[in-house]
Design a binder for this molecule. Structure first.
Ligand code: PEP
Ligand code: MN
Length: 364
């Protein structure tokens, strides 16, 4: 893939880069007040939804084309560039006609190769920056496929946006960050600029700072963040939007770290620590292997005595005690809960395997 570095896009001059603005364009006043304030704070690329993909009908689905002339006006009034989500060739055409020159493809469009291909076809011969958000489901191949389709249409100012993934039971995030997916994308395609969308990952204001800091620590190239002049009155995503001044304050709190180490002393210290980590990981696996052997033994007894694999009482005890033990060891109990969930699923799978082998054996 031929892809231009962010510095060569001609629209970003700082690092990390920022695209900020309201979830949706609502009224000429809301737009003017928000963009005016953001421009005063130095932001140059403004986001704003015109066509909104909403999960349920009868919620605010964006104003559509009537918002485009207002956008055109604030672009020239405040000397900023607008970025919007496009989900069809019609959106692309309408936006281009109104002087909008930065696009992104939303998470619900990325999942559909037909949609992405249609948008890609409509972009052929048009040299605009395009970002592709990750699909709602945690599927890296689908994300890469969408980036390839847009790139094959000739778009070289191409970037990816990590906005998290839908989930059933994440109690913290609106969309689970599942950081290993964007990191895998970065490892495979280091040339693709990668932005983080802490607003849609968090779903609530207080998480935006820690999520953004995490992204920065993982060497993301920038952010797309929602900002509204009066967040509590926003027509969509009210809980996650920040006022322009809160946004500026938040950005000031972000700690930039050096992306790579070129200090030989620090490097050698890190190497020593990493060596110890490797040893500990091996020990962890040896202990895990001992645990699995015990689980197998318990499985054999259950089989012999015709006892069900899943014992509710026992699991309740495990699930209650481990996070408590973790606390005493200063380990995050939530993390330990998740860890034991995985360990428990694997233990059940292992015992089912034992039952099956035995069952097959007894029939032969
Ligand atoms: C948005 O950025 O306004 C949006 C709808 O996001 P996503 O496609 O990530 O849900
Ligand atoms: Mn939104």
């Amino acid at each position: 893939m031929e892809i231009k570095r962010l510095n060569d896009w001609g629209i970003f001059d700082n690092h990390p880069v920022f695209m900020v603005g309201p979830c949706s364009v609502e009224t000429p006043e809301q737009l003017d007040n928000t963009v005016g304030e953001l421009a005063r704070l130095g932001f140059k690329i403004i986001r704003g939804g015109v066509w909104k993909p909403r999960t349920r009908p009868n919620s605010f689905e964006g104003l559509g084309s009537i918002a485009l002339p207002w956008i055109q006006e604030v672009q020239s009034k405040y000397n900023v560039q607008f970025a919007i989500e496009v989900a069809s060739p019609y959106h692309v055409e309408e936006a281009l006609e109104h002087g909008i020159r930065v696009f992104w493809i939303g998470a619900r469009s990325t999942v559909n190769p037909f949609t992405v291909q249609e948008i890609a076809n409509s972009l052929k011969g048009i040299d605009v920056p395009v970002f592709v958000k990750n699909p709602v489901n945690p599927d890296l191949a689908l994300w890469i496929g969408a980036l390839e389709r847009i790139n094959q249409a000739g778009i070289t100012r191409l970037g990816a946006i990590h906005r998290g993934f839908s989930n059933f039971n994440d109690k913290v995030y609106r969309n689970s960050p599942t950081w290993q997916i964007p990191l895998e994308l970065k490892t495979r395609y280091p040339q693709i600029p990668l932005l983080n969308d802490p607003s849609h990952i968090s779903g609530r204001r207080d998480l935006i700072l820690p999520v953004s800091q995490m992204a920065l620590d993982l060497n993301f190239d920038g952010f797309i963040i929602e900002s509204h002049i009066d967040p509590d009155k926003a027509w969509s995503d009210s809980a996650q939007q920040l006022t322009p001044s809160d946004l500026a304050g938040l950005i000031q709190q972000l700690q930039t770290r050096i992306p790579s180490v070129d200090n030989p002393f620090l490097e050698s210290q890190l190497e020593i620590i990493r060596g110890h980590i490797d040893e500990v990981d091996r020990e962890l696996l040896e202990i895990l292997s001992r645990r699995m052997k015990l689980v197998e033994k318990a499985g054999e007894y259950k089989k012999l005595n015709n006892v069900a694999i899943f014992q509710m009482e026992r699991w309740k005890k495990v699930f209650e005690s481990r996070p408590e033990w973790a606390k005493a060891l200063q380990i995050n109990p939530e993390f330990v809960k998740e860890l034991f969930d995985i360990i428990h699923s694997e233990s059940i799978r292992k015992q089912e395997e034992i039952m099956e082998v035995k069952n097959k054996g007894s029939h032969s």
